[in-house]
Design a protein around this ligand. Structure first.
Ligand code: SF4
Length: 755
C-alpha cells in the first residue's frame, strides 16, 4: 500500500480542534481553504489571524511529490542536508523525460536507454532516503497522486505547477520550487503568503457534450491567465457535488493556467466513491467521521460574497463546450463560434492531430467518454481526418482501459497509444508528420497551449478542449466542426451525426493493474550508495557553497547590469537546457544569457573588466571566478519574477556572484538567493541604479555588522577614480543571516544536524 493511513489519521485527529480555534480567532465561519490552511500551521494550534494576501505564514505540509525533471536538483540538494531520511512522505515520478514517437513500448524502451542515468540516480536516491519511486511508464505524477496519495483536507506541495490537480480530492496542493521542497524534506516549515480566496459557485448539472473541462475553460476565459494570482479558488454548490472526483481534478489542474495558488473542492460522495474505487476504504471511512471539517461552513456557501474576495457563478446546465486557444489557455470560445473566429484570424481550419491525455484529462471517465465518440466513428463508418494520440494517465488506468476494451477502440481508429507519461504535453513529441515550422492546427485535452509547447513549432496553433470534444474534432478534421449541430459524410457517402458522449465515472469491474510501477524504499537506506559518474554531463553531485569568511567583501566586480525585465527564464533558460537540470556546472552555461546588458542593450554580451573584452555572461563570470574575484549583478524592478526554480539562484552563486542588487525583487527569487547564501539587496534610493557604470568595483563597508533591519553600505568605485556610496536595503532576519554566514541554508541544516 502506497499511502500512509496513520499519517492521515494524525492529521484528522487535530483538525477539528484547530479549525474551531481558527473560527474563534477570526470570529467568522470558515471556507474549506481556510480550514486546511489553519489546520496545517507549522506552529500547530492557531494563535493569530492571518491577513489574506499579506501575511507570510509557515505551514507543515503532509506530503511532497517531485517529477523527474525537477527532482534531480531537489534531491541533489537534499543529499547536502545530511539527513538519513526525508522528514515528510515523499514520492518521485518519472514522467517528463519520455518522448512520444512510435508508441508506448518503443518509446519507453528508448527513454530507458537515453535517460537511464537520470532514472537510476533518482531510484537510488529515493531508496536511500525513504522516498517512494514511480518508475518510467508508471504514470503522470498528478494522476498517480490523485489515485494513490491525495486525501480530503490534506496539504501537499510538489515540484511541478500542476500539483494543484490534487484539489480534486479536497486537498490544498501547491506547486513549488525545488528549494522549498528540500526544506520540507529536511523538516523545515514551508512559507506561503496567506492566499486570497475566490469562490466559484456551481449550480445545475453537466449534460450532453459539456464536460468538467469546460468549467475551467470558462473560468479561464473569465479570470484570464493572471486572474487567480495569489488566490485559492474554492468550488462549491450543488453543481460541484454533481461532478466526478477526477472531473474536479481536471478543474483544479487548470487552475494553474489562471495563476491560482491552488484550487479545491469540499469532500463529497463523488470523492468517497473515488477513494473506495482506488482501494482506499480506510481513508473514506476516516474522512466520513470528520466530514464537516472537510468542506466549507454552510454559512460561507450561503453568503459567499461576504466571505470570499471574489465570487463567480456558473450554471453547469447551460454551460457550453469550449475550445480555448490558440497560444493561450484563456482565449475561450464556445465550440459553435470557433469557425468564424478562426477564419477572421486566419487560424488553419484543418486539424492535423487530436491528442488525448496529460495529467489534466486522462482518467477512466475521460477515456470512456472519448472512446464513446471513437466507437461511433467506427460504427458510422467515419474515417478520422486527423491523427490520434493517447497518453493514459497511469498504468492503473491503461491496464483497466485495455481490459475494458477502451484502448482497442482508439487503436481501431488508427490512434497511437503513447506511454503513460507527459509526452506531447511537455514538448516530448517527435511528430510523425514533422512540418518544420509550417502553420498548422492541433487540438488536445492538455492544459497549456503556449507557442512551441507541444512540438517546438511556433506556428502550431494548439486548442484545448475536453477529451470527447478533441475526439469529435479529430474525427471531423475541422476546427469549426460543431458536433452538436453539424453532420459528417461517411465512407458510404451518407450524412451522419455524432451522438452525445457517454461515459462511466469509474470502472464497473473496478480498477486493475499488474505492475503499477511503484518501488517502495527499503527500511534502512544507509548502505545504499548513490552513484553519479564524474563524466556525466547530466548529473553532478553538489559541493557545499563556501561559508562567508567573516570579512567585508571588497573588490567585487560588476558582472552585468540588467536592463528591464529579468525573469527566471532570463537568468536560467529552459528549453534545451532542461537536459542539464541535474548538472549545476553544465546548466550554469546558460546563466543570465537572456538578460539585457544595460550598457549596450545586447543579451549575453558583457565587458570583462580584466581584459576589456566583451563576451558571454557565463564565460566572463568564470574568468572572474578563476581569479578569485567575487561579482555582483545589478537589476531593475521585479527581478527574478517567473518560476520558483532554484537554478536561477544556484547558478550565479556557482559562478561566483555574491550579491544581487536591484530596484525590487520577485519575493520567491529573493528567498532563493538567501537560501543559496547570497546577498539579495535592494537600492534604498532607486535612482542609484543609474549610478552603476560598466567598470565598477564594489566594496562592502559594513557587512561585518550584517543585522536585521540595518541597511548595508556599499562603496562603488568607478573607473575614472570617482566614488559613490550606495545604501542597500535587505529583508534578512536572524536565521537568514545565518544562512549567508554558513554559505547556504543547507549548510546550516547540515551543521545543526551534525550537533
Ligand atoms: Fe506537466 Fe503536462 Fe506532465 Fe501534466 S502532463 S505534469 S502538465 S508536462
Amino acid at each position: 500500500m502506497a499511502f500512509d493511513i496513520e499519517m492521515i489519521r494524525n492529521v484528522y485527529k487535530t483538525m477539528g480542534e484547530r479549525i474551531n480555534k481558527a473560527r474563534t480567532l477570526t470570529g467568522k465561519p470558515l471556507t474549506l481553504a481556510e480550514k486546511i490552511l489553519y489546520s496545517h500551521l507549522d506552529e500547530g494550534m492557531p494563535t493569530q489571524v492571518y491577513t489574506r494576501g499579506k501575511s507570510y505564514v509557515d505551514f507543515k505540509p503532509d506530503r511532497i511529490a517531485c517529477q523527474d525533471a525537477t527532482a534531480q536538483m531537489a534531491l541533489l540538494q537534499f543529499m547536502q542536508a545530511g539527513k538519513p531520511k526525508v522528514a515528510v512522505p515523499t514520492t518521485v515520478h518519472c514522467d517528463h523525460l519520455i518522448q512520444a514517437k512510435q508508441g508506448a513500448k518503443q518509446d519507453l524502451k528508448r527513454a530507458n536507454e537515453t535517460s537511464s542515468e537520470v532514472f537510476n540516480f533518482l531510484e537510488s536516491v529515493s531508496n536511500k532516503y525513504g522516498i517512494g519511486f514511480w518508475k518510467p511508464g508508471a504514470g503522470i505524477i498528478h494522476q498517480v497522486v490523485i489515485e494513490n496519495y491525495a486525501f480530503p483536507g490534506g496539504m501537499m506541495i510538489g515540484t511541478d505547477s500542476h500539483t494543484v490537480n490534487a484539489g480534486g480530492l479536497g486537498m490544498v496542493a501547491v506547486g513549488v520550487g525545488g528549494a522549498d521542497a528540500v526544506d520540507v524534506m529536511a523538516g523545515m516549515p514551508w512559507e506561503l503568503k496567506f492566499p486570497k480566496l475566490i469562490g466559484v459557485k456551481l449550480t445545475g448539472k453537466l449534460n450532453g457534450w459539456t464536460a468538467s473541462k469546460d468549467v475551467i475553460l470558462k473560468v479561464a476565459g473569465i479570470l484570464t491567465v493572471k486572474g487567480g494570482t495569489g488566490a485559492i479558488v474554492e468550488y462549491f454548490g450543488e453543481g460541484a457535488r454533481n461532478l466526478s472526483c477526477t472531473g474536479k481534478g481536471t478543474i483544479c489542474n487548470m487552475g494553474a493556467e489562471i495563476g491560482a495558488t491552488t484550487s479545491t473542492f469540499g469532500y463529497d460522495e463523488a470523492m468517497e466513491r473515488f477513494l473506495r474505487a482506488t482501494d482506499r476504504n480506510d481513508i473514506a471511512d476516516e474522512a466520513n467521521k470528520i466530514k464537516e471539517h472537510l468542506t466549507g461552513d454552510p454559512e460561507v456557501y450561503a453568503e459567499p460574497e461576504k466571505y470570499f474576495d471574489q465570487v463567480i457563478e456558473i450554471d453547469l446546465s447551460t454551460l457550453r463546450p469550449h475550445l480555448n486557444g490558440p497560444f493561450t489557455p484563456d482565449l475561450a470560445t464556445p465550440v459553435g463560434e470557433l469557425g468564424e473566429k478562426a477564419r477572421k484570424n486566419d487560424w488553419p481550419l484543418k486539424v492535423d492531430w487530436g491528442l488525448i491525455g496529460s495529467c489534466t484529462n486522462s482518467s477512466y471517465e475521460d477515456l470512456t467518454r472519448a472512446a464513446s465518440i471513437a466507437q461511433q466513428a467506427i460504427d458510422k463508418k467515419l474515417k478520422p481526418k486527423s491523427d490520434f494520440g493517447i497518453n493514459p494517465g497511469s498504468e492503473q488506468i491503461r491496464f483497466t482501459a485495455e481490459r475494458d476494451g477502451l484502448l482497442s477502440v482508439f487503436e481501431n481508429l488508427g490512434a497511437t497509444i503513447f506511454t503513460n507519461a507527459c509526452g506531447p504535453c511537455i514538448g516530448q513529441w517527435d511528430r510523425s508528420d514533422a512540418l518544420g515550422d509550417k502553420k498548422n492546427t492541433i487540438v488536445h485535452s492538455f492544459n497549456r497551449n503556449f507557442s512551441k509547447r507541444a512540438d517546438g513549432n511556433p506556428n502550431t496553433h494548439a486548442f484545448v478542449g475536453s477529451p470527447e470534444m478533441v475526439a469529435a474534432i479529430a474525427i471531423s478534421g475541422k476546427l469549426d466542426f460543431d458536433p452538436m449541430n453539424d453532420t459528417l459524410i461517411n465512407e458510404d457517402g451518407q450524412e451522419v451525426k455524432l451522438d452525445e458522449p457517454k461515459g462511466l465515472e469509474l470502472p464497473p469491474e473496478g480498477f486493475d493493474v499488474d505492475d503499477n510501477g511503484y518501488l517502495a524504499p527499503i527500511e534502512d537506506g544507509s548502505s545504499v550508495e548513490v552513484k553519479v559518474s564524474k563524466e556525466s554531463e547530466r548529473l553532478q553531485l553538489l559541493e557545499p557553497f563556501k561559508p562567508w569568511d567573516g570579512k567585508n567583501i571588497t573588490g567585487a566586480k560588476l558582472l552585468i547590469k540588467a536592463f528591464g525585465k529579468c525573469t527566471t527564464d532570463h537568468i536560467s533558460m529552459a528549453g534545451p537546457w532542461l537536459r542539464y537540470r541535474g548538472h549545476l556546472d553544465n546548466i550554469s552555461n546558460n546563466t543570465l544569457i537572456g538578460a539585457v546588458n544595460a550598457f549596450n542593450k545586447q543579451t549575453n554580451m558583457i565587458k570583462n573588466q580584466l581584459t576589456g573584452e566583451y563576451g558571454g555572461v557565463p564565460d566572463t563570470a568564470r574568468a572572474y571566478k578563476k581569479e578569485g574575484i567575487p561579482t555582483i549583478v545589478v537589476g531593475d524592478h521585479n527581478y527574478g519574477e517567473g518560476s520558483s526554480r532554484e537554478h536561477a539562484a544556484m547558478q550565479p552563486r556557482h559562478l561566483g556572484v555574491i550579491a544581487v542588487l536591484v530596484k525590487s525583487f520577485a519575493r520567491i527569487h529573493e528567498t532563493n538567493l538567501k537560501k543559496q547564501g547570497m546577498l539579495g539587496l535592494t537600492f534604498a534610493n532607486e535612482a542609484d541604479y543609474d549610478k552603476i557604470q560598466e567598470d565598477d568595483t564594489f566594496d562592502f563597508i559594513d557587512l561585518v555588522d550584517f543585522a536585521p533591519d540595518k541597511p548595508l553600505t556599499i562603496l562603488v568605485k568607478h573607473a575614472d577614480g570617482t566614488e559613490d556610496t550606495i545604501i542597500a536595503n535587505h529583508t534578512y532576519n536572524d536565521s537568514q543571516i545565518q544562512w549567508f554566514k554558513e554559505g547556504s541554508a543547507l549548510n546550516l541544516i547540515k551543521k545543526e544536524n551534525a550537533k
